[in-house]
Design a protein around this ligand. Structure first.
Ligand code: HEM
Length: 500
């Protein structure tokens, strides 16, 4: 080729690449949907793709920038997606027309751990959800409470030893020790007696699963590609670890439920029941509980179970440190209820602590952990109250944080005020204005478990200590940009001051 053509070829190539990565950027304009200007290659996800901001914060900022819109057209990398702002539309998608939006749109692979409840879609999800809902009932949870309580006592001994030397604690990593030990005991029957033991495998899992992974951006750009080529966003060592773990537990239990009443027992009981019919009432196939399916659920209960609750409890203690009047009221409630129960914190007594629930609800309003919520549309769908019809396979996003900080629903949203959750105040709000656990048939299956382990931890700590700001307590907490969920950027430091 004549060298004179080289610049032309380079320009043509450059243009082709530019065209490819911007080809969809008129999609929302053509449909009269407003939204932020996309940039080539990244669409509206540049800051999260470059790990400059947490994805939940990026979506929250878009929510705030379009206060008059019911829906906002965005580009996840090159792919058009829709952010839902209007609560009535949200209600249609998450609840009324749920059957059309049952998919989350993150089913990257049907192999190995891919068949877990969070990532699975379609019939696999329906069968899994039906099968696993019964293991999260209050009755089952009550049976598991003993295991949780034992772990809380071990944790309190650990805190007491540390508190002899130091009154300042970094509570996010501290409480992770408690939730890892609770979920390891409840999910796999693992008794971690020494909370200082380095659980290298579990630490690696945390890093591999909760740190952002470029597979996510690749899937935004080429939706369905990973699934087609059978590549999982979950790194291989994670699958190997959970498969081995589950094999070990099952061989110790001889493949049958023991009498620990933990998740593994409940799953083994389900397996013994055989191939139960899909509970959604249609003729869709049910799912066989194979060893892979068990490992996939052990994985998701572990990952979804420990970090969300540890982060919630840490934010809660942080707000209690900053709001001593709220703490006084909560301590008074914990003391009164506990003393009326012979000094014991029980499953029932935690239920009685009404103010505790309000403090917890307000914490999750200010710090919802899983952002954004996501659903995939499985048919062409006319958005109620608009002229817009979205195409099948469009991804819909919801920003709980956007809604929770919207003055329309929560006046003075920056103020920590548990009274917002007085029943009469809750009754005045739209049912979709509070979303820390998602909403509708695909909401968080572990909500009660998460609330229970958080409340137990806070109640145990406040029986013994007051939480006060230390000289290192930050007044504004940044959000960690290197996690796929919301968490404090630099940990949270407070003092534990022994109560008299
Ligand atoms: C404070 C603690 C927790 C928070 C804030 C939280 C939040 C959430 C949210 C927002 C979702 C997505 C819901 C949606 O898309 O509508 C979710 C899903 C899920 N969570 Fe939680 N979660 C917590 C604790 C737990 C625990 C303790 C477990 C298990 C032991 C768990 C297991 C799951 C699973 C399996 C899903 C997927 C459900 C499905 O797709 O059917 N979560 N969680």
């Amino acid at each position: 080729m004549d060298v004179y053509y080289i610049p032309l070829v380079v320009i043509a190539l450059f243009y082709a690449v530019y065209y490819f990565f911007t080809r969809n950027f008129n999609y929302w304009k053509k449909r009269n949907v407003r939204g932020p200007e996309p940039v080539p290659f990244f669409g509206n996800m540049k800051e999260s793709a470059l790990r400059q901001k947490n994805v939940g914060i990026v979506i929250h900022e878009i929510y705030k920038n379009f206060p008059e819109e019911k829906v906002v057209g965005i580009y996840r990398m090159t792919t058009p997606s829709l952010l839902i702002r209007d609560l009535e539309i949200l209600k249609h998608i998450m609840i009324k027309d749920f059957d059309l939006f049952a998919d989350r749109g993150v089913e990257f692979s049907k192999q190995g751990l891919g068949q877990n409840l969070f990532h699975a879609d379609g019939d696999t999800w329906r069968a899994l959800r039906g099968r696993f809902t019964p293991i999260f009932t209050s009755g089952k949870l009550k049976h598991m409470f003993g295991i949780m309580h034992d772990r809380a006592d071990i944790f309190m001994d650990y805190v007491s030893q540390k508190a002899e030397k130091n009154i300042e604690f970094e509570i996010h990593s501290l409480i992770q020790k408690y939730t890892v030990s609770v979920i390891s005991a409840c999910a796999f029957g693992l008794d971690l007696q020494n909370l200082d033991t380095k659980l290298e495998d579990l630490e690696l899992i945390d890093k591999l699963v909760l740190e952002p992974n470029f597979g996510l951006e690749l899937d935004m750009m080429f939706p369905g590609l990973l699934k087609k080529i059978g590549i999982s966003v979950l790194p291989k060592p994670v699958g190997v670890f959970f498969n081995k773990l589950v094999q070990n537990i099952m061989s110790v239990r001889g493949g049958k439920p023991s009498n620990r009443n933990d998740f593994m027992d409940l799953i083994l009981q389900l397996r013994e029941m055989g191939n139960v019919k899909n509970p959604f009432g249609d003729m869709k196939p049910s799912l066989e509980i194979t060893d892979d399916v068990i490992a996939a659920q052990a994985f998701v209960f572990y990952v979804a179970g420990y970090e969300t609750s540890a982060t919630t409890a840490s934010y809660m203690l942080y707000q209690l440190a900053l709001n001593q009047d709220v703490q006084d009221k909560l301590i008074a409630e914990i003391d009164a209820v506990t003393e009326a129960n012979n000094g014991e914190i029980t499953y029932e007594s935690l239920k009685e602590m009404k103010y505790m629930h309000k403090v917890s609800d307000e914490t999750l309003r200010m710090y919802s952990i899983v952002e954004p919520l996501q659903r995939k549309c499985t048919v062409d769908y006319k958005i109620p109250g608009t002229d817009l019809t979205i195409e099948k396979d469009t991804i819909l996003l919801v920003s709980p944080r956007g809604i929770h900080y919207d003055e329309k629903y929560y006046p003075n949203p920056e103020v920590f005020d548990p009274n917002r959750f007085d029943p009469e105040e809750v009754g005045k709000r739209h049912p979709c204005a509070y979303l820390p656990f998602g909403i509708g048939q695909r909401n968080c299956i572990g909500m009660r478990f998460g609330k229970l382990q958080t409340a137990l931890c806070v109640a145990k700590l406040l029986r013994k200590y007051r939480i006060e700001p230390s000289k290192n307590t930050e007044l504004e907490l940044g959000v960690d940009k290197n996690r796929i969920i919301i968490g404090p950027a630099n940990g949270i430091r407070v003092n534990f001051v022994p109560r008299n």
